[in-house]
Ligand binder design. Structure first.
Ligand code: CUA
Length: 332
């Protein structure tokens, strides 16, 4: 094979791989182009219309350029040339882009619109999410996971502890920045039950890319049952390994940073762990939530999430890590 043919084949393969990668980004639980809610649908429509309009404009301009340079290259009168510059170069883009802008603004989701009642406050931490569900009986505190009822508009009230973060659930809507000392609002509605992935969308330090969370959109009845269970204090350890894990949790001072409601552990620095065993992920989307993920996280926090405030507990023997994992996984 000649060098040129080989290069052209390699180029074709690279192009095909790029196209496949781009297409793969169009679906999935963290794609703005695979909407599962009203607001994300509007944004996906806006994206499609804008890209299509831009593509048509690009083709027309290049067609015109090709025509005057290759098909019919000839001198044109100054009047025609001026007309083309003013009409095609100024008026047409003004009208087209102006129309697209007006249309875009008219359908842009209103992030301040009132919800159907449920208010969820989320605070950005480094690098995790403090979550509070407002209920008549008081706040239900959780972390690193959001659950919401399908078909109901939920009001998110956002802020941050130290630096700017950005709250983004691509499948459900646009992003909203979270500022220290200033409150921002976002209104979202999930129309399809499922588990989606949220991600911090503003660079916030070393582990910005590891600042994610799971969002579960549930049927309203299931959500009400879940919220009632989430509001309840933690149950006692069930079985020997869990009881030993609880003792190690106390001995290592974990309760200085973490709260487990219904126990003497009342720390407020790190995520609330009252029902950590029922979450879908650990370390703000860093790991899954299998038993072994708990011990891996506890022993290797700084490897998994550079700069994290929680120290690694890699000095603990494996059987103690396993007992700790059993206690935490048991917090359903
Ligand atoms: Cu938080 Cu990036």
């Amino acid at each position: 094979m000649t060098a040129r043919r080989w290069k052209s084949k390699a180029g074709t393969r690279a192009g095909a791989s790029c196209a496949l990668l781009l297409l793969a980004a169009c679906s999935g639980r963290q794609s703005a182009l695979d909407p599962a809610g009203e607001d994300a649908e509007t944004l996906a429509l806006m994206f499609t219309v804008m890209v299509t309009a831009a593509a048509i404009l690009w083709l027309c301009l290049n067609g015109l350029f090709f025509y005057v340079t290759r098909v019919s290259p000839r001198r044109m009168s100054r009047k025609l040339a001026n007309g083309l510059v003013i009409g095609g170069g100024i008026l047409m883009p003004l009208v087209l882009i102006g129309a697209l802008l007006a249309w875009g603004l008219s359908i842009l989701p209103d992030h301040d619109q009132p919800g159907d009642g449920l208010v969820i406050r989320v605070q950005g931490e480094q690098w995790w999410w403090r979550v509070a569900y407002e209920t008549p009986e008081g706040d239900v505190i959780s972390a690193n996971e959001i659950r919401m009822p399908v078909g109901e508009r939920v009001s998110f009230v956002l802020d941050s502890h130290r630096v700017i973060h950005s709250f983004w659930i691509p499948s459900l809507g646009g992003k909203m920045d979270m500022f220290p000392g200033r409150q921002t609002n976002l209104s979202l509605r999930a129309d399809e039950a499922g588990i989606y992935r949220g991600q911090c969308a503003e660079f916030c330090g070393a582990s910005h890319a590891w600042m994610a969370f799971e969002v579960e959109a549930m049927e309203p009845d299931a959500f009400d049952a879940w919220l009632a269970a989430e509001a309840a204090p933690a149950g006692p350890p069930d079985g020997g390994a869990e009881a030993i894990g609880r003792q190690i949790f106390a001995r290592e001072g974990c309760g200085g940073c973490h709260e487990i409601r219904g126990t003497e552990f009342q720390g407020q620095v790190g995520p609330d762990l009252t029902h950590v065993g029922s979450r879908h992920s650990l370390g703000a989307g860093r790991l899954g939530a299998r038993l072994e993920d708990f011990s891996t996280w506890i022993a290797h926090t700084d490897d998994l999430k550079p700069g994290v405030e929680m120290p690694p507990f890699d000095h603990l023997p494996q059987e103690e890590l396993t007992a700790l994992a059993a206690y935490l996984k048991g917090l359903q």
